[in-house]
Write a protein that binds this ligand. Sequence first.
Ligand code: HEM
Ligand SMILES: [Cu+2]
Length: 490
Amino acid sequence: STDHKVIGIQYGFTGLIFLLFGFSLMMLMRWQLAYPGQALPVIGKWLPHIFGPNTMVDGKMTPDFYNSLGAMHGTIMVFLGIVPLAFAAFGNFVVPLQIGAPDMAFPKVNMASYWAVFVGGIIMLISFFVPGGAAKSGWTSYVPLAAIADSGPGHLPVFNGQTLWLIGFIFLITSSLLGAINFIATIIQLRAKGLTWMRLPFFVWAQFVTAFLLLLAFPPLEAGIIMQLMDRVAATSFFMPVGLVVNGAPLSISGGGSPLLWQHLFWFLAHPEVYVLILPGMGIVAEILANNSRKPLWGYKSLVFSVLTIGFLSFIVWAHHMWLTGMGSAVSAFFQTTTLIISIPSVIILSAFFISLWGGSIRFTVPMLFTTAFLPMFGIGGLTGIPLAFNSADLYLHDTYYVIAHFHYIVAPGTIFALFAGIYYWFPKATGRKMNDFWGKVHFWPTFICMNVIFLPMFLQGMAGMHRRWYDGGQGWNVSNEHTIWGLTG
Ligand code: HEM
Ligand SMILES: [Cu+2]
């Protein structure tokens, strides 16, 4: 179909299915972290029949499978879960209605963009079933690890995890680029007469800025993806350093590439991308907040100004993910400063939302429950980012569970709550039926409590030094502690 509402719903279902799938991957990892090396009861026995013999040997998770689950959890949640749902589904369904447009500017491009994400998703899924399993170098696919992963004996040339990850990614990027162009054209060209810029609903502004982030940040990563693909299939060495030794043998590499270049290309996308994950959620929250406190948003102009500022600044903070790469004090001073500045518009938005509640006659409907919960959750996520903005503190916190907790507060009880809120809120518009209030509350309260039970302790684990990629959750360190006590008593 080329109808924006139908495409919105297609995106919505696709996003929800992938969110559920990505969540299941994490459930498996959590078993391994909680009970390292123990067989997973019941399903542990039949998982190898689905994912292959080297995934859960006798029901026990192998390190490689653990790594696949981690890399694919991140990839799927971000690019196949939240982006399709928050940006594409809500954007498609709601933006044309809110600006009085009959449809998107390019309905066929819209359809192509949906099918591109669909194909990308299928490729990602297929990669679980090829020899060696799905990609296992993190959602960031850092080289040289990613460049040498899934190759050599026991792997196929193209049908291996990492290569399929790269190919799938090209489709996902294509989808986002097509979608972004469409949203920008629609919002600029198809607004109803008299709907001037400063009268646009905040939700439309949020989607507009999000579209620009996708449009401008993805092309460099697309180039990077193609270069990494060529490093794997065409013997180039864009990212492979000379003198690389793998398993004791030097690799023969033509010329010398730069592993650091990949990190720059990746984060040049991925920092704006994290705002792609939150801005649509903020738009949804703004809508529901105003509706359920029965008064207009407080500080509309400052909200619009802040979202534009975030959009601009998010392109000049990316190296805060790379403090440990030895960038030197001048460069790091620049990125520390920009990172601190970008938290100002975030604080303005959050404050404006809180003030909007002031003096309103608030209805705690189900969407409003999720919306009000979003506010402090996003607050925790944002505030805990500030220590990370200082390279001195991040020296210690980098790649620990503290970082995991920081961004999950923003995207899990943050964005996901906004998405639930949006679904409850617009469901009647899409179907003509209202969702059950009682079950909505049954959905909300346990989710709210469990989200915090999951993520709050991760700050402590991270501050205690637990690394984000440990296969046994750090319990392997007990061995050396035991040795120490033997030494002591000896
Ligand atoms: C409001 C101010 C914020 C500041 C100052 C901040 C700062 C940082 C810093 C410095 C890091 C890198 C830490 C490290 O890897 O050692 C980081 C990681 C991250 N942040 Fe934030 N952040 C903020 C808000 C956000 C928002 C709004 C989002 C998402 C919508 C977000 C998502 C992420 C993600 C996904 C990562 C980790 C990615 C990874 O390593 O896998 N942050 N943050
Ligand atoms: Cu960032």
